[in-house]
Design a protein around this ligand. Structure first.
Ligand code: F6R
Length: 606
């Protein structure tokens, strides 16, 4: 969703602000804009454009405003279409105060009515513009103190927001605030940054400060002050960013998605390091895992599919019932939760609004929360009792790949740990699975080395109207994930089904030439023959079947071989060809691979 950058320091601000926006492009957006303080007390310098950042950059060719502070924004439209006028920053009527915003202001209609009565003239259809006018009035009431005005305004807002504001009367000062939406501070040498996430400033500094809920931050090039909404000064947590700038760059690959698919051997190995014999106490110190009667996994999209695989492993290895819930459904259902419930939110970004809210609901009802997250310092791990970090590194492509396989690994590790704590499995079993887990990076590597024919095969289906995905047991969530990837990237109708469900309706979709991808169980699984029968059923009705499995299936038109593994671990391998199919299909259809239409990386609104 929206990307936010603020810079104040010795450099000409346009360059670090543009660079930050470029690094935040992966979040998904449909317009971009920048405001800079060029001259004290004069109207701000501002440029904004609908469409890609390159539109804004084109309009800035040969422009070098003499400004040392400014803010920039990539907008993912919620209120009002993606036009130049609706793009952020928004200005007050004097043109001296600029504001950018991520999130949704729920009471903007009533605020707008009040502000229009006071004489403010609105130019856009956005919810954000109400805030800039409100802030303008508040600043006057607080005798020109922008931070005090921001605290006052935050108290009047309902909804979720990250806000950044600058005023031309105070060059070099940027004030920000956050509620249910991310904002981090980058601490530099003679320069400071504010951003939606650390990738915006990672090439300038690796030293960051975490901001909590309802906190206001006030920065200059040499000073950072954080307060709560009452003005009490707080000490934010400092941390060092372990990612380096090159991790957030394409490194020779044509797209981030392909790079991230190829990074999976490393991200899986990194997530496993030191954990195959059990989770150490540093991870589990904050949480008592004894006496749990139920596990609830909460997540959205791809992370939800990782949770579905986790259910199979946790129920079998830890012998405890598991529900897997779509966070957006769970949070509004008033589900029954108590202190014997272990809630596992799974989130790459750690900022997904629905997951965060669902988790907060469970926590206030007494549940223990053990998060799985890829982003250090983000809100979900901060509000959890314990966190198992996946070490997938920065995932820039909107469609999740390496974060998914790392989440699967986290699910297996938690299942093994819970099984041990509950006395269901012994050390020998843990070490046997540990050996299997440790082999996964090399097996994924092997798949990636032989992926070329699959890319060629995929191109043959480029003009298909639809693709269906079948799986059983852990292959079912894998099929769902394959279908989601194809929808997101190829904009093609795709659906995943459990093999056993076919006859209960979906088989009616099969026609001459329908492309069906069958995620076969491992050849030693008792379900292998059942799935082979499902393939026969669709083939008999004209389907062209592509089978993914550890042996060739005679009835399939095409076979994609993956190495054999323990049944439960197979999704880590089977999903790789599915990711490649979606990637190649998007390329073949001329789609924007890294930023598919209408999607955002970090879904910070509901
Ligand atoms: C799909 C995808 C999304 C995310 C979902 C949750 O490729 O990326 O479905 O998985 O929006 O995001 P996180 O994991 O950040 O909570």
């Amino acid at each position: 969703m929206c990307g936010i950058v603020g810079y104040t320091g010795k450099a000409l601000a346009l360059s670090p602000v543009l660079e930050g926006l470029r690094r935040l492009e992966y979040r998904g957006y449909d317009s971009a804009g920048i405001a800079l303080v060029v001259k004290k007390g004069e109207p701000l310098w501002i440029e904004k454009r609908a469409g890609k950042l390159s539109n804004l950059e084109d309009s800035l060719a040969d422009t070098h405003p003499d400004a040392h502070s400014g803010i920039g924004h990539t907008r993912w439209a919620t209120h009002g279409g993606p036009t130049d006028t609706n793009a952020h920053p928004h200005l007050d009527n004097e043109g001296k105060l600029a504001l950018i915003h991520n999130g949704i202001i729920e009471n903007y209609v009533e605020l707008r009515a009040i502000l229009e009565k006071r004489g403010h003239v609105f130019k856009s259809e956005t919810d954000t513009e109400s805030v800039v006018h409100l802030l303008s009035d508040a600043r006057k009431e607080h005798k020109g103190d922008l931070a005090a005005a921001m605290r006052d305004v935050c108290g009047q807002l309902r909804g979720s927001f990250t806000l950044l504001a600058i005023h031309s009367d105070e060059p070099g000062r940027i004030v920000g605030a956050r509620r249910n939406s991310p904002l981090v501070v980058g601490v530099g040498d003679g320069e400071n940054f504010l951003a939606s996430d650390v990738s915006a400033f990672i090439s300038h500094t690796k030293h960051a400060l975490e901001l909590g809920q309802d906190e206001v931050v006030d920065i200059t090039d040499s000073k950072i002050t954080v307060t709560d909404l009452s003005g009490k000064v707080l000490k934010p947590r400092e941390y060092e960013i372990s990612w380096d700038a090159s991790a957030a760059e394409r490194g020779g690959f044509p797209h981030f998605m392909l790079k991230e698919i190829y990074e999976q051997p490393k991200s899986i190995a990194d997530t496993l390091i030191g954990r195959t014999a059990g989770l150490d106490t540093e991870i589990t110190a904050g949480i008592n895992l004894e006496g749990i009667s139920k596990v609830v996994i909460i997540a959205c999209g791809t992370a939800y599919h990782a949770g579905l695989v986790g259910k199979y492993a946790i129920e079998k290895w830890a012998s405890v019932p598991v529900d897997v819930e779509l966070a957006s459904e769970y949070r509004y259902r008033e589900p029954s939760v108590d202190k014997s419930t272990l809630v596992i939110p799974i989130s790459q970004s750690g900022e997904t609004m629905d997951t965060l809210m669902a988790m907060r609901y469970a926590r206030t009802h007494g549940a223990r929360v053990f998060a799985v997250c890829n982003t250090n310092g983000s809100t979900i791990p901060r509000e959890s009792d314990a966190v198992l970090y996946t070490h997938a590194g920065p995932e820039i492509a909107v469609a999740s790949t390496k974060a998914f396989t790392a989440q699967l690994i986290a699910m297996y590790l938690i299942a093994l740990h819970l099984g041990s704590v509950r006395g269901v499995i012994d050390k020998k079993f843990v070490s046997e699975i540990g050996i299997e887990l440790a082999q996964l990076p090399a097996k994924v590597e092997q798949i990636l080395e032989t992926v070329e024919p699959l890319r060629e095969l995929t191109r043959k289906f480029k003009d298909s109207g639809s693709m269906l995905f079948l799986g059983r047991n852990v292959g079912y969530p894998t099929a769902l994930e394959g279908a989601l990837k194809l929808k997101e990237l190829a904009y093609m109708h795709a659906e995943g089904f459990a093999g056993g469900e076919l006859k209960h309706g979906p088989i009616a979709l099969i026609d001459q030439g329908t492309a069906v991808i069958a995620v076969m169980p491992t050849s030693t699984s008792p379900l292998y023959e059942k799935m082979a029968s499902n393939v026969q059923e669709v083939k008999a009705r004209g389907a062209v079947v592509i089978a993914i499995g550890d042996v060739d299936l005679e009835s399939a038109a095409h076979n994609i071989r993956i190495p054999s593994s323990h049944d439960f671990l197979q999704p880590v391998l089977a999903v790789v060809p599915l990711q490649v199919i979606a990637y190649e299909m998007a390329v073949a259809r001329g789609n924007d691979v890294d930023q598919p239409r209408n999607l955002a990386k970090s879904v910070t609104v509901e």
